[in-house]
Ligand binder design. Sequence first.
Ligand SMILES: [Zn+2]
Length: 334
Amino acid sequence: MGIAVMTKSPTVVAGLILVTGFLLGTCQSHPLTGQTPTSAQGLFTFVFDDGFETDFSIVRPIFMERGLRAGIAIITGWVGRPGVDTVDEIRQLRDDGFEIMSHTVTHPHLPRLTDEQIEYELAKSQADLASWGVPVDSLVYPYNQNNQKVRAIAAKHYRYARAGQRQLNYDLSNPYSLFSHPFERDLGRQEDLVDQAAKQNAWIFFYHHRMEASIRFDDKQGQFLEGEPIRFEKSGLKGQFFDNGPVFFGRSVVYGPMTDGNPIQGEKVIGLKSGASCLVRDVEFNDRDRLEQLLDYVRRQWPNMKMVLPKDGFRLMADRPTHAASVPNSDQPE
Ligand SMILES: [Zn+2]
């Protein structure tokens, strides 16, 4: 089908070649407007999916201290569960300038559903948020999954929707399949993506979920309970215990970092309900540090890059000409 279209339309062929060159980094100016690298600055957006309460406790201060805001994608059927943003927290985030987005009612694989079920997931979540006094007009697909049917229903209710596909956005040819990148452990890789977006004057969209940190530990006594509050004896840090799935060598624990800072090597960690304890060997990763480092990197390295909400990125991108060449197909989950 692609070839048939191409043979009929030389402009599409030209567009494909230009876009391909652009994606490969061989084309330093915008294919249609001829913008030069000196005017290039790019757009940077961050969205936190699933509505975990670390949006409020950790993400909110990190962004606000820097005069920044992020998108917050809420699964309305999860609101009220432990560890999830409450309605009051969602309203406060909205009042503070964060962009609240819908992330459906139950977080299903949308392409597997019937039209009626998709309609329910997309319309009901929007209605739930509106009933809490938080009207929304943007959507994040669960697992980033969508297809033509899902996008068509999304277009009935929303102005734009975010998918995945680990690509940058160069225009708004697919407002119901905005590309995004997961925020991964390797900070250098995230910085490379920012560099690429800045140099190509593209829009980079990162997403993440619950803010976590992980320590490796020794001398565990007793069993920690999932979700229980934990206290670090010397540093005074507080956290929440989450098992890291299959525990590597029995020595890894993930905790939601509820207070600022890193644990001290050798200090004792105590489960406040179970009474279980362990000793900190080292910090495996800390989302808070990585997020702060990335935001500060953007400011330092690319001072002209605009760090914006999804809706502002959408507005700024709307001025750019679109290409017919990029056709999204993100049925596969990430
Ligand atoms: Zn999700």
